[in-house]
Design a protein around this ligand. Structure first.
Ligand code: 3AM
Length: 191
């Protein structure tokens, strides 16, 4: 039985199809050796597209959050993987990601969720939404010159496209090593 006062680290995301995880895994296997070694690659099963990071939420608020998420009305979104990029956009790279083709339904879903979270007084990221799938984290950060060549080579890379029919509330459990992402609830998107 969870103790009152405990909090949960939560985020909302689109899950990927197996075919997309496999394509991203293949990209990783084809990465230059230097990058393979320098990066902490996200394991295949943890790959996802974050819609909103909610941070720590008191466990008592979980049912209210779930109830509010059930009221979100958004439509199925296209998820088409394309090209690679890095964060931050200037200076040394900390995050390597796969891009996602622009999609109105994806942006609408993000926006509807932002409204729902605001109704619950949950703080939202002030940064503009850049849909992406984090592939690897670079600690220490890597000189851009070390990955510029590979990113340029992959500019025309296109991964599988799927129609996403639900969004997922995840708990992120941090510990030693790779975080555990546990799906707590899934919410259908309208066809
Ligand atoms: O999918 P990405 O990698 O963009 O980086 C974390 C990941 O996003 C992000 O939440 C997603 C699931 O863990 N995240 C973790 N801590 C964060 C924080 N303090 C954060 N986003 C914003 N602020």
């Amino acid at each position: 039985m969870p103790k009152s006062g405990e909090s949960m680290r939560l985020f909302l995301a689109f899950e990927l199809a197996d075919v997309q995880r496999a394509a991203l895994d293949q990209l990783r296997r084809n990465a230059p050796l230097r990058l393979k070694q320098a990066a902490r690659w996200v394991p295949k099963e943890n790959l996802h597209l974050t819609l909103h990071f909610l941070g720590d939420l008191p466990r008592e608020k979980l049912s209210e959050l779930k109830e509010t998420l059930r009221t979100v009305e958004a439509g199925c979104a296209n998820l088409a993987l394309r090209a690679l990029g890095r964060f931050p956009r200037r200076g040394k790279a900390r995050v390597l990601w796969a891009g996602v083709a622009e999609d109105e339904a994806l942006r609408d879903c993000h926006e509807q969720l932002a409204r729902a979270l605001t109704r619950l007084d949950l703080p939202l990221s002030a940064a503009p939404f850049t849909p992406h799938i984090t592939l690897a984290r670079l600690r220490p950060p890597l000189e851009y010159a070390e990955l510029a060549g590979w990113l340029a080579e992959q500019a025309s890379w296109r991964g599988p496209r799927t129609l996403v029919s639900h969004f997922t509330l995840f708990e992120s459990q941090l510990g030693v090593g790779v975080p555990r992402y546990i799906p707590l609830a899934r919410y259908p998107l309208a066809q």
